[in-house]
Write a protein that binds this ligand. Sequence first.
Ligand code: ARG
Length: 391
Amino acid sequence: MKVVLSYSGGLDTTVCIPLLREKYGFDEVVTVTVDIGQGEVKKAEERGKKYADVHYTIDAKEDYVQLLFKLIKANGDYEGYVLGTSIARPLIAEKIVEIAEKENADAIAHGCTGKGNDQLRFENVFYQYGFRVIAPMRELSLTREWEIDYAKQHGIDVPVSKEKPYSIDENLWSRSIEGGRLEDPSFEPPEDIYEWTAGPENAPDKPEKVEIQFEQGIPVALNGERLSGLELIQKLNETGGKHGIGRTDMMEDRVLGLKARENYEHPAATILITAHRDLEKLVLSRRELKFKKFVEEEWAELVYYGLTNDPLFDSLNAFIDETQRRVTGWVRLKLFKGSVIPVARYSEHALYSEELVSFDTKAIDQKYAEGFSLFHGLQGRIYRMKKRGQK
Ligand code: ARG
């Protein structure tokens, strides 16, 4: 019997390897690490090769960047969270399925617990392909303390300590830190949970400006230099991180209804979404902006819930793509001690007219506004007058 395990190299999934042999009776454990720009790929590969029977590393960075382009166009955000973990899960699951089919596996295993969202996002894909799913962390309800001891007994070196017992999920778009004392929302996170960002108070005293060029809603150049999506995001993570940009400490509503305290780092995401929103305000109509907000909220919820296989997701993307045809231009932003401030923007598709709005020109005769103003708010005025007893 053969099982394919979605493998990050962390504590949970590494403990799964001996568990799948001892508690589930598999004779062959195949680990798969999907590379979506997390820093730990090499380490995961080494550990997979050491502890599993067969290991695969799949490079999905380019597929992931294509998904992130969709996310940028949708200003992807769930309750203030940039959706880094969630948007990656179905893609990882698809890659795992490819290997499971190639390996003729009897089951697919993952390291998610029964309390989080990731079990739902993964399994929605695994079931779609008819696989039997095994989730040791959920089925055996293990504690991290037990896992650490079990790992040690099996000669597995443990990547976490009892003092720093965080569960980290990292990819190109965000780094998420959970667990340990962070589970107490009244506990302030220590600086050492952060790896991508400087504390704003330690960021440089001089601001730095970046200029991002978009074509049809997709970022294509940074400070005049054309870059691949991957390079552009990596560079902005570096620059933004240096300036303390993109930390989130929030209460989040999980799909199951549990509230959770979550900590994230995501410099490039914050910069790119701030820039993209700013450019949209220049080129989209008032009606488009208003309606797109609802679409974005629905879009983000489908991603967060792991329901991107719903046909609605394709329809929403089709609407969003239609709006993005004119989202071409650039935005200049100032990065300074944790803040991202748009300071200039340009698009040939701008719906803005300096000629019409300026204090300094006479292109519109202002007297026409008088008639408009007489009707504006008419119903409210009638209501208030009646309330005051006037006719
Ligand atoms: N709360 C986030 C989500 O559901 C991130 C979870 C990341 N997992 C982790 N082990 N840090 O998308």
